[in-house]
Design a protein around this ligand. Structure first.
Ligand code: PLP
Length: 413
């Protein structure tokens, strides 16, 4: 049936939607009576799982308390959330800028970087996704950008740390971290770059886990060239990789952190930019030329505040870290069992399989996953299957998931 609204990122003809009617934990239910295993956390967002009673109650209570606001409104939940997020980001982070989602978080980080440095160029990587709005899309390296160019003037790109297919022809065992020195080279040759935007682990572009030294080396290069470093944690934030924020694993302090998705666990509409004092202080006496009508909407704020409490009280971040090993082992077992699986990669509960399948095989894999009621991401351009289950998953559900995925791969290959 043709719908009276657009489906995103799709040819409209032939695209059908998913009529979700509810869910619980790692599963969601559809109108046809099926129960799906959600190995994608919807769109990498449902970190807390489905149908969480506390989230629903918190949003209802906020609707009763205060449901309308304007950008300059002050209310206790807004202050409490900002304080909580700054504490999570660590020493030196002093201000939060709220948005409605991840693209706008990056959009506003570009603006702050430009205003704070007086420079206009922004560097990101080819295998990256930073959002659908024009500024964020200009940062994005993947197939979604070129048809919509011209991009933002000054949006420049670097090659990736893609260890399984190293663009510098190296192997992880013997390389000199050329991916990081390349960023340093580009910053030097381009000169006057305002900011480098990096996903700690590029997610939708294939879960490219960087070598341990990459982030510290890029931080040093940024410092050397007077360039700001922005961690796009929209997908990796809030436990996805086993830390509150993925970059914290490498002991690096970025200048800004952009957030959304897990910020509300998908229950609310909210994004944020966490800003280090180094940048925030610029706007004490200079006008911050940024704002949104629905800045810090109370329902989104209440959802995020409750989400923070649930992550902590239910130990979800620790669970992601604890299951990191079994998750990686399950992916590796699929690689060993199926000749068409070339590579497996993961960090925390974010993983990918790269498959040697032609178009027909890849389409067959999509159908086979659907038949088994498994929700996950298939990236035809990279022939990747990406898995990112809710952080409340346990070993038994994980094993069920890998069994279903294995059967689907067997059917497709
Ligand atoms: C790393 C990253 N940044 C930004 C975005 C854009 O976020 P939104 O779709 O909320 O605008 C996404 C969305 O997938 C993302 O994965």
């Amino acid at each position: 049936m043709s719908e009276p609204f657009f489906f995103t990122w799709s040819k409209q003809r032939g695209t059908t939607g998913v009529e979700m009617v509810g869910g619980e934990g790692c599963f969601f239910d559809t109108a046809d009576g099926a129960r799906w295993l959600d190995l994608g956390s919807l769109v990498y967002s449902a970190n807390l799982g489905h149908g969480h009673p506390r989230m629903i109650a918190a949003i209802k209570a906020q609707a009763d308390r205060l449901c309308l606001s304007m950008p300059k409104s002050v209310f206790p939940e807004k202050r409490a959330l900002a304080e909580r997020l700054l504490a999570l980001a660590g020493k030196g982070f002093t201000k939060v800028f709220f948005t409605l989602g991840g693209s706008e978080a990056n959009e506003n980080a570009i603006k702050m970087a430009r205003l704070a440095t007086g420079r206009f160029k922004v560097l990101s990587r080819y295998r990256s996704y930073h959002g659908a709005t024009m500024g964020a899309l200009s940062l994005s390296g993947d197939y979604r950008r070129p048809p919509l160019e011209p991009a933002l003037v000054g949006a420049i790109k670097a090659l990736d740390c893609y260890c399984d297919r190293c663009p510098f022809g190296q192997s992880l065992a013997s390389c000199a971290r050329e991916c990081a020195t390349h960023v340093d080279d580009v910053l030097r040759m381009e000169a006057n770059v305002a900011a480098v935007f990096l996903e700690p682990v590029p997610g939708a572009n294939g879960v490219l886990v960087p070598p341990e030294e990459y982030w510290p080396l890029v931080r040093a290069a940024c410092d050397q060239h007077g360039t700001l470093l922005v961690a796009d944690e929209v997908l990796t934030g809030f436990g996805r990789t086993g830390n509150w924020f993925a970059h914290q694993r490498w002991g690096v302090t970025p200048d800004m952190i952009t957030l959304s998705k897990g910020l509300t666990g998908g229950y609310g509409v909210l994004g944020a930019v966490l800003v280090h004092e180094r940048v925030a202080s610029r706007f004490e006496d200079e006008t911050l030329l940024a704002g949104l009508t629905q800045y810090a909407h109370p329902l989104g704020v209440a959802a995020a505040l409750e989400a923070m409490a649930i992550y902590e009280e239910e130990g979800l971040i620790d669970n992601a870290e604890k299951l990191s090993g079994p998750f990686a082992a399950g992916l590796a077992a699929l690689r060993e069992a199926h000749a068409c699986v070339r590579f497996s990669r993961s960090l925390g509960l974010l993983g990918a399989l790269e498959l040697d399948l032609d178009d027909a095989g890849f389409n067959k894999l999509g159908a086979a996953l659907k038949d088994r009621h498994v929700h996950a991401f298939l990236r035809p351009t990279d022939r990747a299957l990406i898995l990112a289950p809710p952080l409340c998953i346990d070993e038994a559900i994980l094993a069920d998931g890998f069994a279903r995925v294995g059967a689907a791969i067997a059917e497709a290959s």
